[in-house]
Every structure is written in C-alpha cells, then in structure tokens.
Design a protein around this ligand. Structure first.
Ligand code: GDP
Length: 137
C-alpha cells in the first residue's frame, strides 16, 4: 500500500467538479485517507512549490494556487503514486490522454485541475507538509 498527496486546484474547486474528481479516485482503487478544504497562503504555496522557484512561471503558479480554496487529500492504495499520476494525465491538458482528469476538467497548463506527488519520496514530504500523522486514517 502507498499513500500520495492530491490537491484539487482552485480552477476545479471553482467549477464545482470536486465530487467528480474524487469519484475518479474512488472508482479506481484510491481511498481518501485524509481530506481538507483550505486557502493556501502565499508562504504555503511558495514552500510547497519551492522546487520550481527558478522556473519562469513560478510567480504565476503561486498566484494561481492562492486564487481560491483548494481540496488537499491523502490517497491510499496499491501503487497510489503512479496510479494517481495516470488518472491525472499530462501536465498540459492538450496532451493529456482521453478520459484523464486533466483532459476532462483542466483549462490550461497552469490551471490544470489537480496536483499529484511525482514519486514516493516526495509524497511523504508533501503529506507531512499538510497533515499530522494522526489526521491520516
Ligand atoms: P505536474 O507534476 O504535472 O503538476 O507538473 P510540474 O511539476 O512540471 O509543474 C507544476 C505545476 O506548475 C503544473 O501542474 C502547472 O500548474 C504549473 N505549470 C507547469 N508548467 C507551466 C507553464 O509552462 N506555465 C505555467 N503558467 N504554469 C505551469
């Protein structure tokens, strides 16, 4: 069993497709082990995305991530990290496979509906960033 961090980003929360996105996870063997709705502060977003701080789009990405509330979740299941990435689809929704979350719900390469940890090591760091150990069941 693995755990991974998922964020439903401000664009998808605004469009009220939270339930539809969570349904994709649950019907594909990923259980919601923790969940909360929150407004990220600029500091939270900058720290969370610090690996991208040198990228040209960093400040746009931070502004986008704080533009409205997000849903932060821990998903649990077999091969959860990879399974979540497959269900999400490519970063750019134009390149995302048919039937993936980003193909169906994302607007652009920036406003792309969901975040998912890219490896097990980062999943652990990202889960600890948002959830105390006793908040994950
Ligand atoms: P992910 O792992 O598929 O989310 O993709 P990355 O780790 O490469 O990028 C992190 C996030 O930065 C993406 O999910 C997008 O929201 C945003 N992003 C990536 N590339 C671009 C870009 O070229 N322009 C802008 N504005 N945002 C981007």
């Amino acid at each position: 069993m693995e755990q991974t961090l998922s964020i439903i980003k401000p664009d998808a929360v605004k469009k009220s497709v939270v339930g539809k996105i969570i349904d994709r996870f649950e019907t594909n063997g990923l259980r919601v082990a923790a969940i909360k709705k929150m407004q990220l502060s600029k500091k939270d977003a900058e720290q969370f995305y610090s690996v991208h701080k040198e990228r040209s789009f960093f400040s746009d990405l931070i502004q986008f991530m704080i533009s409205g509330p997000v849903i932060v979740m821990v998903l649990e299941g077999e091969n959860a990290v990879l399974k979540n990435r497959e269900l999400m689809g490519s970063t750019n929704p134009k390149e995302a496979k048919k039937g993936t979350i980003r193909a169906d719900f994302a607007d652009s390469v920036e406003a792309n509906a969901v975040h998912g940890s890219d490896c097990l090591e980062n999943a652990k760091i990202e889960i600890e960033f948002f959830f105390a150990k006793n908040a994950v069941y």
